[in-house]
Write a protein that binds this ligand. Structure first.
Ligand code: ZN
Length: 417
């Protein structure tokens, strides 16, 4: 009797020790299948990423002198190879199946009231030059239709987003000219308030709002963006600015690179009540991969990024979530999403969780395309209604004293001869 039990126990324990590797093998095998399926989804619809800071890397590492720079493979050349925030090159974009990219024209808040406009212009220029120098990989695009057309030609549609309202110097004229240079979204603030809108850090404990959201001029900025068909990006802004913009905008809005506040309580993320408003507005929240916004810690995993996507789906719906990696803007990326080559891992993870392929297509790019078309339709309607450019100037009283030394003010009185 006793030996019988011992033999049985031995048998069971042997079986158990066999079952582990085989389960792991099966798991790996099925993940490989999900990965394959994920790749076919990304062959069908363009993966449109809302935010990549590669152009700022061109400034940091190359001083924008990129005439002879080969960006096909940046994994071996310095200073790129040893940089912890070098997560993009053409080869890896191809591996990651990126279909279109909003390249960020970002300049720091330290340029506000100084040379922000000039430096933003330089960033828009370097994006144009990067695209022109790599015509087999990139195509400069400015509309939803052009994203789809470029994708059908096997090109990565390349768009420009200006990251921070400080880049327009409180001038609607500059905003309009930036649109003419191809800019298709503007993030209303970066990490500083503008004279017309509050940024997210003002919601951090101990800070107080400056404008309580958007000023009347800030609402004019929204109206002019609607008239132009430029997407309003609410990443980086305060909650009240989010609410004011959602209330003011006639067009659906985007969060180009923000995650879910309920899972990581950083003010760069979007709280649930705002997620519900985004659903009503028809907009899209494009999930940021930066570990500080995913886990609120020093590391994160691709599974945790999938948790953020699922949370936004659960609160706002699958029509209102997308991808905005923030690659090249951050030093720490999640395990399984280390650079632009690894997007398929995220889609495979969602497939493994039972996501329908039709919903994955929305997350990949169809949601952004719908939002973009919505903004274009508002533009067309405003034009049909005889809408004219808003030519209000920001009230002098709204400009802080620190902005004055660099301004010549209204120059009407200066003679021209
Ligand atoms: Zn950012």
């Amino acid at each position: 009797m006793n030996w019988c039990v011992i033999v049985l126990a031995l048998l069971l324990s042997t079986q158990k020790s066999w079952s582990y590797p085989s389960a792991r093998f099966e798991e790996a095998n099925s993940f490989e299948k999900y990965l394959e399926k994920a790749r076919t989804v990304l062959d069908r619809v363009p993966l449109i990423d809302g935010h990549n800071d590669f152009p700022y890397s061109l400034r940091r590492y190359e001083n924008n002198q990129v005439g002879d720079l080969d960006i096909n493979d940046l994994t071996t050349s310095e200073p790129w190879a040893s940089s912890s925030s070098s997560q993009t090159d053409i080869n890896r974009l191809r591996q990651g199946k990126v279909g279109a990219q909003f390249w960020s024209a970002y300049v720091p808040c330290s340029t506000q009231y100084k040379d922000a406009i000039l430096k933003t212009w330089e960033q828009i220029d370097v994006i144009h030059r990067m695209v022109d120098a790599n015509p087999t990989a990139f195509e400069f695009v400015t509309s939803a239709q052009e994203i789809e057309d470029a994708f059908s030609r096997g090109k990565i549609g390349s768009l420009v987003g200006v990251e921070g309202g400080h880049s327009i110097g409180s001038s609607l004229a500059v905003l309009r000219m930036m649109y003419d240079m191809g800019v298709r979204y503007m993030t209303l603030t970066h990490s500083c308030p503008t004279p017309w809108g509050d940024n997210s850090q003002l919601d951090d404990p101990g800070n107080v709002p400056i404008h309580d959201g958007l000023t009347p001029f800030g609402k004019n900025v929204i109206a002019e963006m609607n008239r132009l068909g430029m997407l309003i990006d609410l990443s980086h802004v305060s909650r009240k600015t989010m609410r004011d913009a959602l209330e003011t905008s006639a067009a659906p809005v985007i969060f180009s690179h923000s995650s879910a506040y309920a899972l990581c309580n950083n003010t760069r993320n979007v709280p649930d009540d705002i997620l519900q408003l985004v659903a009503q507005n028809g907009g899209v929240v494009m999930v940021n991969f930066f570990v500080s916004y995913i886990s609120c810690g020093l590391t994160a995993t691709v599974q945790q990024v999938a948790d953020h996507i699922e949370h936004i789906r659960n609160v706002a719906g699958a029509d209102h979530v997308g991808i905005g990696s923030d690659f090249n803007g951050v030093a720490r990326t999640p395990e399984g999403l280390k650079d632009v080559s690894e997007y398929p891992n995220l889609f495979a993870e969602l497939l493994a969780r039972g996501w329908a392929e039709t919903d994955l297509e929305k997350v990949a790019g169809l949601n952004l395309l719908r939002v973009f078309r919505g903004a274009e339709a508002v533009r067309d309607q405003m034009a049909a209604d005889g809408g004219k450019p808003f030519d209000e100037w920001i009230p002098q009283a709204d400009l802080p004293a620190e902005s004055l030394p660099c301004s010549t003010g209204q120059i009407k009185s200066v003679t021209t001869e």
